[in-house]
Every structure is written in C-alpha cells, then in structure tokens.
Design a protein around this ligand. Structure first.
Ligand SMILES: NC(=O)c1ccc[n+]([C@@H]2O[C@H](COP(=O)([O-])OP(=O)(O)OC[C@H]3O[C@@H](n4cnc5c(N)ncnc54)[C@H](O)[C@@H]3O)[C@@H](O)[C@H]2O)c1
Length: 433
C-alpha cells in the first residue's frame, strides 16, 4: 500500500502547484511524510526554499520541522510516487474554463508516472474533468492505464483565504478514488494531516460535483441578497442589513449578505458547472442569473455613488472619490479578480477622480494588473464621497470623525458597502447595499 510506504518514508509525496492551496497542504504533509514541492514558477520556488510563502498566507515558522524539498525541475518529480495536483483552474475572457494549467500539470506528472503511483487532483473542476480530460493525458504520456497501473483520485480543497480558524487540519476533507482500494489509501493519507477527518465520496465525479456546488450555492445565495438590496433601494428607506438582521432571527433563514463577489473561487467555479451543463444540452438559468447579478454589482455601486454626488448638485467631473479596500475580500492581499475594480471603472466612466487605499494590497501589483496605483495615505479635506469597499480589520472600529476629516464638505457621500458603519447613518449622506 502506498500509505505504508509514505509513512515509512520509502515513498515520496509530491505537490504540484504551490499556491494558496498547494503550499499549506505540502507543508502539512511534510510533517508526516517525505515531500517534494514542485512549481513551474522558479522565482516562487526560490522564495519557498528561503521559508517564504509567495502568497503571504503563512509565516516562516510554518516551514519549521518539515521534510520538504522544493523544485522547479520536472525531472525531480520522477522520485515521487504520490502526486497531489493543486494548480489554478481559471476562466478565460469568455467565462469558459481554462484547463491549460491542469492539463499542463497532468503532462508533467504523466512524464514522471510509474507503475503503482497515485495522482490526486485538488483543483476545482466540473464533474467529469478528472476522468475525461486529465486521465487521458496521464495515460498518453506515461503509457500506463488507470486502475491497472496507477491510481487516480480527487480531493477538493475547501480552505478559505484569510481564514485562520478554518484550516486544512480543521475542515473535513472529501476524497474519492478510481476504485475502492485507491480510495482507502488516499483517504488514509489525507487523514495524516486532516484532524477533522475524511469523507469518502462514492466516485470522483461525486467529489468534483460536491466542491463545485459548495461555491455555486454561495454565489446564487449572495446574488439573491444582492437583488433584494437593489429592490429595497428602489422601494426606499429600507436598509438591507437591517432587514437581514430581522429575518435572521428565524431559525431557518440563511445568513448571506450583499456584496461584490470576486476572487478565483466563488465568482469563477459556477462557470465551470454552467459549461458542463451546456455541453450536455442544458442552459443553467438560475446559476447564470446569479452570475449576472453578482458580476453587475460593482458597476451598480459606482453608479449609485455618482447619483448621490449629483444629488448634492456637485459637478461630477470635478468630484473626488476615495475607495477604501481594493482586494477581492477582507484581510487578504490578493487583488486578482477583485470586483472593486468595477466600482472604480464605473466612477472613471463619469470622469470622477478616484483615489484607492488598501492596507493589504500592493500598489505595484494593482498597477500591473489594472493600471492604477494605490495611495499610501488618503488626502484630508479632499473627497466628495468615500466608499468602504472591503471590510478589512483595519477599518473596523473607525469612528465618524475618522472619516469626516477626509471629506471636503459636510455633504460628503458615505458608501458603506458591507453595512459595518450603520450606527453612523445619521452622521453622513449615507448609502449601503
Ligand atoms: N485559493 C483558495 O482558497 C482555494 C480554495 C479552494 C480551492 N481552490 C482551488 O485550488 C486550485 C489552486 O488554487 P490556488 O488558489 O492555490 O492557485 P494559486 O494561483 O495561488 O497557485 C497556483 C500555483 O500553481 C503553479 N502552477 C501553475 N501551473 C502549473 C503547472 N502546470 N505545474 C506546476 N505548477 C503550476 C503556479 O505557479 C502557482 O504557484 C484552483 O483550482 C482553485 O480553484 C482554491
């Protein structure tokens, strides 16, 4: 059994793709078994060799006591016997799955595959992707056959960026294998590092589907609350967060709040399912509608801010807006696929002058990705509107006076996207989702 060989350190476990998902799992495994961490990005590999997490989620102590070697050389993978693939699964500009990273990682692993080896995919994919798209690549490159010669599994990752409470060790892991024997070996291997236990799914497709619906369910539910927020705004004098507070007193009311849905999971994964459904002749209406609503929210917030400024009889082209928070969610530095950019683009389309601040995001990254820098400090007595777009912990607890010093007069528009300053409603020309 591969499990026995791994714990006796007679076999090596390789993690392919060392990003938000891959590095933490590689380091956890490296406390129990011999690990090879592989990534195509040599610069990132060099950082990890120096106990530095390029994704800035882990501090250097996370590398302590780990039996791990890092490499960007595919030749090194030939030493490994159990491969965990955790590469990105993005969408392209047409919102279609971009399988290039997962297929390219499959090629790399296929070239290193030997009889008796295991390959487990962790990347989020649509049901069927592992067996229909990836396994043929493994088989072609290795000349081996799944189940007869090597085993394949799927075990989706459920970590939540920025969350220090729910971690790999504390979240139940779902695992599936291409046969009963492989499932048991894969599940036991993950049980080495997941204290919360491993749920054995009945098939790879079931495990793939379970992950994709977790994020699709969140997306659709958030879309409903976003739509309700638009309706309440039109009706007038109804604060969505106050409605949610009241409705939330019922035992079975689901707790979702309005907001921008960015990042590389919730706003992306539903498109994988939509794509698969379409291939099977079904046009996914509810999921697509949810995506449409959530993808429109940034522009909606920008437009509402402009309307509020105009209602103060100000010249929109001379106005200045401060956007607080640029990352795709709170307390992370990741700006990829942030929907705050849609708020900014909408404001800019009205020729509004926009300044952005963010205690987490890097100005260079934001400039490279969106052509906009992030200011170190906001200007005092300068702005016609302030939009708190991301509820970073640094912004929690701000008082009205902390904001007032940045407004250029007492008609300043205050947009509290996450509704965290509701207690200041009377102090400002206030608007929230
Ligand atoms: N970030 C999360 O919190 C999270 C949570 C659950 C699931 N997921 C899923 O996990 C997968 C990985 O996401 P991530 O956030 O860790 O991505 P990431 O962008 O942080 O990291 C991916 C890493 O893979 C490397 N890579 C890309 N192509 C490669 C290849 N062909 N061979 C080897 N390395 C390669 C990149 O250099 C990078 O270091 C995705 O499918 C994602 O949807 C992510």
């Amino acid at each position: 059994m591969i499990y026995d060989k791994l714990i006796k350190k007679e076999a090596t476990l390789a993690v392919v793709g060392l990003g938000y998902v891959g590095l933490p799992i590689a380091l956890e495994f490296a406390r129990k078994v011999k690990v090879l961490g592989f990534d195509i990005n040599a610069e990132r590999v060099e950082m990890m060799k120096n106990n530095e997490d390029p994704s800035q989620e882990l501090d250097s102590s996370a590398f302590d006591g780990c039996d791990i070697e890092f490499s960007a050389d595919p030749e090194d993978l030939k030493k490994a016997n159990f491969f965990v693939i955790a590469v990105p699964t993005p969408i392209n500009e047409n919102n279609l799955p971009d399988l290039r990273p997962v297929l390219s990682a499959s090629k790399t692993v296929g070239n290193a595959l030997k009889k008796g080896d295991y390959v487990v995919y962790e990347s989020t994919v649509y049901p069927g992707c592992t067996e229909e798209d990836c396994v043929p690549v493994l088989e072609e490159l290795s000349g081996l056959k799944m189940t007869d010669d090597f085993m394949v599994g799927y075990s989706p990752e459920r970590i939540n960026p920025g969350d220090k409470v729910n971690t790999i060790r504390t979240i139940v892991k779902v695992a599936a294998g291409c046969c009963d024997e492989s499932l048991e070996d894969i599940a036991k291997t993950y049980e080495l590092v997941v204290d919360a236990g491993v749920h054995r799914a009945s098939s790879i497709k079931v495990a793939e589907a379970s992950k994709i619906i977790e994020n699709t369910q969140r997306d659709v539910n958030i879309a409903l609350i976003n739509e309700l927020s638009i309706i309440f705004d039109k009706v007038g004098d109804i604060n969505t967060y106050e409605v949610l507070e009241a409705a939330g007193t019922k035992w079975n009311f689901l707790k979702f709040s309005p907001g921008l849905v960015g990042g590389h999971c919730i706003g992306v994964d539903p498109y994988y399912l939509v794509h698969k459904a379409k291939k099977h002749g079904y046009h996914a209406k509810v999921i697509n509608s949810g995506r449409y609503v959530n993808d429109s929210m940034g522009f909606y917030v920008g437009k509402q801010t402009v309307k509020k400024i105009l209602s103060e009889r100000k010249n929109i082209q001379d106005s200045r807006v401060l956007v607080m928070g640029a990352t795709f969610k709170e307390n992370v530095s990741d700006i990829r696929n942030t929907k705050v950019i849609n708020v900014i683009r909408e404001l800019e389309s009205f020729s509004v002058n926009v300044d952005v601040i963010d205690p987490w995001a890097s100005s260079e990254d934001f400039m490279e990705e969106y052509g906009i820098g992030i200011k170190a400090e906001a200007d005092e007595n300068a702005y016609d509107a302030i939009i708190v777009a991301v509820n970073h912990k640094e912004y929690i607890g701000w008082q009205a006076a902390d904001f007032k010093k940045y407004f250029n007069d007492d008609k300043g528009v205050f947009v509290d996207l996450k509704g965290i300053y509701r207690n200041m409603k009377e102090e400002f020309n206030y608007w929230s989702l």
